[in-house]
Each structure stands twice: as structure tokens, then as C-alpha cells.
Design a protein around this ligand. Structure first.
Ligand code: NAD
Length: 256
């Protein structure tokens, strides 16, 4: 219940399938959470928690490609909660397009959201953590798409491989400050993201979902809470000897 007691966590992509679960679980474990996503005002679990008057949660919406918003996020979180101990850099976007058909605009968008924004956001948060002098934990949500190659995922896969490498590189630069940085690489998780991906392909949805299930040794998709449990472990002091790790959490997908 108290694995994140006295910690302040910044969570991006907080209104998405995994993000909403992360916000609720982090609060359940004692954290104060500063949540952000694209929408100007929250919905779903985050809106309910705010509506119930939780003083452990605050929300600020906007596009993380906007560097002014990044500054604003960190500053507002500090004003509200006084410190940042954890960053779960969880937001992301997927473009499902064959390599030969991917446009410059699509490539730039995926890289801007999935790699540039986490780079700049975690840099600001890390600077804050250095100033606080009490270490911290940063968790990037990468993907198995950054480990193995999948059709129609060249831009997404490249961005997620870059994000995993960013975690390793950050870990080496930030170890001296007691700041740990790790990346998680989920298999296909049952959230709106794969739904949108399959819809964009214009093929039979049920067939593609069955194929996606079969790619995992466990023959099913992951559940958001299964992924968030790993993020929570990495955010907490239970993982105090872990940094620079890139961890698949994929029902055995990358074991085959
Ligand atoms: N669902 C999967 O199968 C799967 C698999 C591997 C990795 N992931 C990664 O997990 C993370 C969470 O995804 P999810 O499954 O919850 O999907 P999701 O689509 O439900 O959530 C992603 C969230 O990111 C937000 N976002 C996108 N662009 C943004 C921007 N420019 N600024 C601010 N917020 C933005 C979206 O609004 C959305 O709420 C993502 O990084 C995703 O790439 C997902």
C-alpha cells in the first residue's frame, strides 16, 4: 500500500489505457501524482479521482511536443507538490505504415512524440531531481517494437528503440546523482492504441487481434495493470539496484 509513500510522480499519457491505471495505482501506493495528457481537461479514472476531491492528484493538459508546456508542467508540479521523485514517461503514439509508404510528416511526428518529448521532459525532470539532491526514478515506456522488427512499424519501432537507448544513456549520466533510469518494453497491451492501429490498417480486426494474441507465448494480450505493476516496481525503492535496464514485459513474445 505504501510503496510510493512521500513520493511525487509525474505521469504522462495519463488518460490512456495504461496511464489511467498508473495514476490510480501510484496514488493507491501513497504517491502524489501530477498527471498530463493531450486533452485540456481530464476524463475517465483521472476525472473521477479529481472529482472525488483527491488532494493527491493534479492534472495539466497539452501537447508534449510543445517545449513551453514541458517547462510549465515541471514548474506547476513543483508549485503544487514541492518536488518530483518519479517520472513515468508513458505517453506515445503509433503509426502503422509500411516502411516504403511512411511520409516525412509521419516519421517526424512519431519521433517528436515518442523520442524528442521524453528526452526533453526527462531532462527537465532530471535537472529538478539533481537540484533536490535526493535521487529519483525515471521510467520510459518503450515497446517490444523497439526490440524486434514488426511489419508496418518502422517509424514506431525506431522511436521506441531510441527511447530504450535513451534510458541506458541517461542512466550512465545520472547514476552519480542517485537517479535511476529504466525502460519497459510491453508486448501488445489491451488499450485503445492497438485498436486504433488495427483500424488504420483497414483489415479484418478480429483476425489481426487473434494473430497478435498468438505472437505471445501466453496467447493473449497484456492487461494495463500488468504493465503498470512493473512501472510501479521501477518507480519504487524496491528496485534500488536497477538502472539502465530495458525490460521486456511481453507474455514471452521476445522469447520466441
Ligand atoms: N498498447 C500497446 O499495445 C503498447 C505496447 C507497447 C508499448 N506501448 C506504449 O505504452 C505507452 C502507453 O500507451 P497505451 O497502451 O496506454 O496507449 P493509449 O493510446 O491508450 O495512451 C497513449 C496516451 O499518450 C497520449 N499522447 C499521445 N501523443 C501525445 C502528445 N503529443 N502529448 C501528450 N500526450 C500524448 C495520448 O493522448 C494517450 O492518452 C505508449 O508509450 C505506448 O507506445 C503500448
Amino acid at each position: 500500500m505504501n510503496r510510493l509513500k512521500n513520493k511525487v510522480a509525474l505521469i504522462s499519457g495519463a488518460l490512456g489505457g495504461q496511464g489511467q491505471v498508473a495514476v490510480a495505482k501510484f496514488i493507491e501506493e501513497g504517491a502524489q501524482v501530477f498527471a498530463t495528457d493531450l486533452a485540456p481537461s481530464p476524463h475517465g479514472e483521472v476525472a473521477s479521482l479529481l472529482g472525488s476531491g483527491s488532494d493527491k492528484l493534479a492534472y495539466l493538459g497539452g501537447d508534449l511536443c510543445d517545449s513551453e508546456l514541458l517547462d510549465q508542467l515541471v514548474n506547476t508540479a513543483i508549485t503544487k507538490f514541492g518536488q518530483i521523485d518519479v517520472l513515468f514517461s508513458n505517453h506515445g503514439v503509433m503509426v502503422g505504415k509500411p516502411f516504403l509508404d511512411t511520409t516525412i510528416e509521419e516519421l517526424d511526428r512519431v519521433l517528436a512524440i515518442n523520442l524528442r518529448a521524453p528526452f526533453l521532459l526527462s531532462q527537465l525532470v532530471a535537472k529538478q531531481m539533481v537540484q533536490q539532491g535526493n535521487g529519483g526514478s525515471i521510467v520510459h515506456n518503450s515497446s517490444v517494437g523497439g526490440i524486434v522488427g514488426f511489419p508496418t512499424m518502422a517509424a514506431y519501432g525506431a522511436s521506441k528503440a531510441g527511447l530504450a537507448q535513451l534510458a541506458r544513456s541517461m542512466a550512465t549520466d545520472l547514476a552519480e546523482y542517485g537517479i535511476r533510469v529504466n525502460a519497459i518494453c510491453p508486448g501488445v497491451v489491451d488499450t485503445p492504441m492497438p485498436e486504433r492501429y488495427v483500424e488504420g490498417l483497414g483489415v479484418d480486426k478480429q483476425t489481426v487481434f487473434q494473430e497478435m494474441e498468438q505472437m505471445h507465448l501466453m496467447k493473449r494480450l497484456g492487461r494495463p495493470e500488468e504493465i503498470v505493476n512493473l512501472a510501479l516496481f521501477l518507480a519504487s525503492d524496491e528496485s534500488s539496484f536497477m538502472t539502465g535496464s530495458v525490460i521486456p514485459i511481453d507474455g514471452g513474445l521476445t522469447a520466441i
